[in-house]
Write a protein that binds this ligand. Structure first.
Ligand code: ZN
Length: 292
């Protein structure tokens, strides 16, 4: 079953965004070589970001989700664009902590909850980015995101994010669901969705054997579900030599001259895909001439 994002209108007054992100989270695991708990931390963040980003409608519009709770994982960050592409990183991918009592990976323990979740919406050239920030609740990411929606956007939202990691550390299942009642949503719809909370909590497990339309039918089947939009999410890093050249030029003449004198070369590693870019002396001198 392939990764996908689908947006439904439920009973004409609730928008439900659902995703299967197994392949892209597995891609992130391989790129960042994450330990299982960090696979879940990064995977949940990527899944949340790409579902939120899927409402943007242009490739140059970006949504960035960033969390730091003071835990051993450090900062986790994911950036999605309006074209269903996402990239991300986690400061420390090698956090090795025991699972929780219920057997689940201890995402909250790795991330910590003494800190903030920050959402940045960059709507393209010539616009000021919109930045919202709220305190973390649990470091489990879905709850934190729901609190962000409530506090920062005054929107009561149910967020569910899931990453299942196999014994061999590969990703077996990943996906999420964001349920957003529209303004003036009926009591009937709200109480119906509340009655389905248990089934929604099993969404991650259902992803292992069922496709999204089948799951939606199983959870919400008695009511009307209209498919509004769909896309294929992918992990994609857009780094390039030119981007890192601009970064080096922005260091300024003085610092760049010091690098040339002391090291005679530079190596930069992309945080999002771990690709290495090497700059030899001649290349750095050429960039020095462009620096201020
Ligand atoms: Zn990259």
């Amino acid at each position: 079953m392939k990764d996908s994002i689908k947006r439904y209108l439920f009973n004409n007054d609730v928008v439900i965004t659902v995703s299967r992100t197994r392949d892209l989270v597995e891609e992130a695991r391989k790129l960042h070589n994450t330990y299982p708990t960090c696979t879940a931390v990064l995977g949940r963040t990527l899944t949340g970001a790409i579902m939120m980003g899927s409402t943007l409608n242009r490739k140059d519009m970006l949504l960035t989700l960033s969390l730091n709770g003071g835990g051993p994982a450090g900062t986790v960050l994911a950036t999605a664009n309006g074209n269903c592409e996402v990239k991300g990183y986690i400061d420390n991918p090698y956090v090795d902590i025991p699972a929780r009592k219920d057997g689940k990976l201890d995402v909250g323990g790795a991330l910590g909850k003494d800190g903030f979740i920050t959402v940045t919406r960059d709507l393209g050239p010539g616009t000021e980015p919109y930045i919202g920030r709220t305190a973390l609740v649990s470091g489990e990411i879905a709850e934190d995101l729901a609190m962000y929606f409530l506090r920062s956007e005054q929107h009561n939202t149910i967020v569910y994010l899931s990453v299942w990691v196999d014994i061999d550390t590969t990703v077996i299942s990943a996906g999420g669901m964001i349920i957003s009642p529209l303004p003036n949503c009926s009591e009937e719809s709200l109480s119906y969705i509340e009655s389905k909370v248990f089934d929604i909590g099993n969404y991650g497990m259902m992803l292992m054997s069922m496709d999204i339309p089948e799951i939606m039918q199983k959870i919400f089947g008695e009511k009307e579900l209209e498919l509004l939009d769909e896309g294929t999410p992918v992990y994609r890093c857009d780094c390039s030599v030119e981007r890192f050249e601009r970064g080096i030029i922005s260091l300024g003449k003085k610092e760049l001259q010091e690098i040339i004198d002391e090291d005679g070369k530079a190596e930069v590693v992309c945080r999002f895909c771990n690709k290495k870019y090497s700059f030899d002396k001649a290349h750095l001198i050429r960039l020095l001439n462009e620096a201020k």
